[in-house]
Design a protein. Structure first.
Ligand code: HEM
Length: 540
């Protein structure tokens, strides 16, 4: 017997003891001054047991959704904030619906989003070029040029979606084809979005589109893994995630760099000589380059940095849009076929398309009111987070709420119970049901807003587009940091649905395939769906 053989059981016990202690310390919030005050709030999910916070944090991996609904019914609806432990974010103060407006309109120096976002996606490890995260003028491009130019971009998106559907869903009008719905939505959305972001050849390069998918998922899943690792060990997870993100970045860079360099070269020549024979394309990449020039900082024109900005816009837009498209498909083709919902939507698309002279333009797309309602309804039922929109109280004096009187100290992490609000029967009658036309009916919206919780909102009675924000529909966020890409996303989703409804049959599924819930996140399973091209179909 060697010394090692003898020592192994003792060493294992010692190592386990140290690990439990470190984990206990890491997840324990007792030393945290913010937590001391917050502990006075009701906590859902915490048991009276040893290492209570550690164990509750670990359980949050499976039970966050249950806790959010329990706490919402017990406290949130009575306008009482409550806490749920969370593996990756520590104790989260769940804001009751009536307090959302007051809190989420507070200035940045009181309630911060940037530091929280940097932690949420662990920019230190996931974003190779920190300048892209810190000086994020790609957001301006989304908010301004991309949104203002939807007229130019809509035919491009339609063209790429037609090609994408033909490639991934096929053109056979006789035989059904099985497609993995999540992956095919990712491919379709990546191609269409990049038609608008950077045009051909990249938007048709299947390898590039897969890399966008892989980089995005590595950033988000990697960040979740880092945040779920006890603090003393985060650098280990971080390094691993960093290597994975860089691997996909390098591969995507190889494909992006020649395109970006050519653009920068042409843009520089045009700047130097206005008679230079080149018309700048109207797309996201070109507007990014314009912003780089506008910054007055030559370092922004580095081709690798510009490429990373393009990749970053994909990171923040691809999965959320594909997730929504995938949910709308699952919601529509699990409605009762006898309800005629799919046929009504198809008729709307046919009428609008014919009136527009057989072309999908921005103007035509805005007329698809029923499709818009179906998308908003699907986003209501399946937001990507059970509790989301995290913010941190950063002001040294904290934040004091009135009725009920409550002080939230500096360091408090806030989040909104998105799914419980979206599924509250007092706000949305028959809330668990997918009612595709709920938001197209003025009466339906009035009923929602005149519910007891939202009586102060009852004035807004018009039917609501998916891009309209309110504190009972949080799919695109709320307040000044609500999604600036929502106009682009909705426009793209409507083109997507119109092309699908006009050109493909989808086989009805017996029941709505469930989403997977892990911590606060909801994500799709890659369900096979049977599709077939309609004969004599209308394309773009
Ligand atoms: C259906 C698709 C989408 C969904 C569900 C979605 C959802 C959201 C949500 C909920 C937020 C707010 C996060 C918070 O307050 O903490 C957000 C922010 C953001 N989204 Fe989207 N998004 C979508 C598509 C897009 C697209 C297509 C783009 C870009 C073209 C985009 C760009 C952004 C940016 C830049 C922010 C950060 C805004 C800021 O920090 O001020 N999103 N998105």
């Amino acid at each position: 017997m060697t010394v090692l053989d003898f020592a192994t059981p003792q060493l294992a016990v010692l190592a386990a003891a140290i690990l439990i202690f470190v984990l206990g310390r890491a997840y324990s919030r007792k030393d945290d001054s913010a937590s001391k005050v917050l502990i006075s709030l009701p906590i859902v999910g915490l048991r009276k047991e040893w290492f209570a916070w550690t164990l509750a944090s670990l359980r949050s991996y499976w039970f966050t959704k249950d806790w959010a609904f329990d706490g919402y019914l017990k406290y949130g609806k009575a306008n009482q904030p409550f806490i749920i432990p969370s593996l990756d974010r520590g104790p989260m103060v769940i804001v009751p619906p009536k307090q959302i407006k007051k809190l989420y309109d507070l200035p940045e120096d009181v309630l911060d989003i940037h530091a929280v976002q940097n932690v949420t996606i662990q920019t230190r490890w996931t974003i190779k070029d920190q300048e892209v995260a810190d000086n994020d003028f790609q957001i301006n491009v989304v908010r301004n040029q991309i949104t203002r130019n939807l007229g130019t971009l809509t035919p491009v998106i339609a063209r790429e979606l037609v090609l994408g559907f033909e490639q991934w869903w096929g053109v056979n009008t006789e035989q059904w084809r099985e497609v993995k719905i999540w992956d095919s939505c990712l491919k379709l959305v990546a191609g269409a979005s990049n038609g608008a972001f950077c045009g051909t050849p990249l938007c048709r390069d299947a390898k590039f589109l897969d890399l966008l998918r892989d980089h995005g998922i590595t950033v988000f899943a990697g960040a979740l893994a880092i945040n779920s690792t006890p603090k003393p060990f985060r650098a280990i997870t971080g390094k691993f995630v960093n290597l994975s993100c860089n691997y996909y970045f390098r591969k995507a860079l190889k494909l992006m760099l020649p395109v970006v360099k050519e653009r920068l070269d042409n843009a520089a020549k045009l700047k130097a000589d206005t008679s230079y024979n080149w018309t700048p394309p109207k797309d996201g990449l070109q507007w990014l380059i314009d912003e780089c020039y506008a910054s007055g900082d030559p370092a922004q024109l580095d081709p690798e940095r510009v490429s990373f900005r393009l990749l970053f816009v994909n990171d923040i837009s691809l999965h959320s849009t594909a997730y929504t498209a995938h949910n709308v498909i699952l919601d529509l083709w699990t409605t009762d076929p006898a309800s005629g919902v799919v046929e009504t939507l198809t008729d709307e698309c046919k009428t609008v398309f014919q009136e527009a002279g057989g072309k999908w333009t921005r103007e035509a797309i805005t007329k698809l009111k029923l499709v818009d309602s179906a998308i908003r309804e699907s986003m209501r039922l399946a937001p990507f987070a059970t509790v989301g929109l995290p913010r941190c109280v950063v002001h040294p004096d904290g934040v004091t709420l009135k009725s009920p009187e409550l002080h939230l100290p500096q360091g408090s992490m806030l989040a909104i119970p998105i799914e419980p609000i979206h599924q509250d029967n007092d706000i949305y009658p028959d809330a668990k049901k997918f009612n595709a036309f709920r938001f197209a009916q003025p009466g339906g919206v009035t009923d929602i807003l005149s519910s007891a919780n939202f009586a102060d909102e009852a004035a807004q009675q018009a039917p609501k587009s998916t891009v309209t924000l309110d504190n009972a529909f949080l799919g695109f966020g709320f307040g000044k940091h609500a999604c600036p890409g929502r106009f682009f996303a909705l426009n793209e989703l409507k083109v997507f649905m119109a092309l699908l409804l006009l050109n493909y049959d989808v086989q009805y599924m017996p029941s709505r395939p469930p989403l997977t819930n892990r911590i606060w996140l909801k994500y799709p399973q890659d369900i096979p769906v049977r599709v077939r091209r309609k004969p004599g179909t209308l394309l773009a």
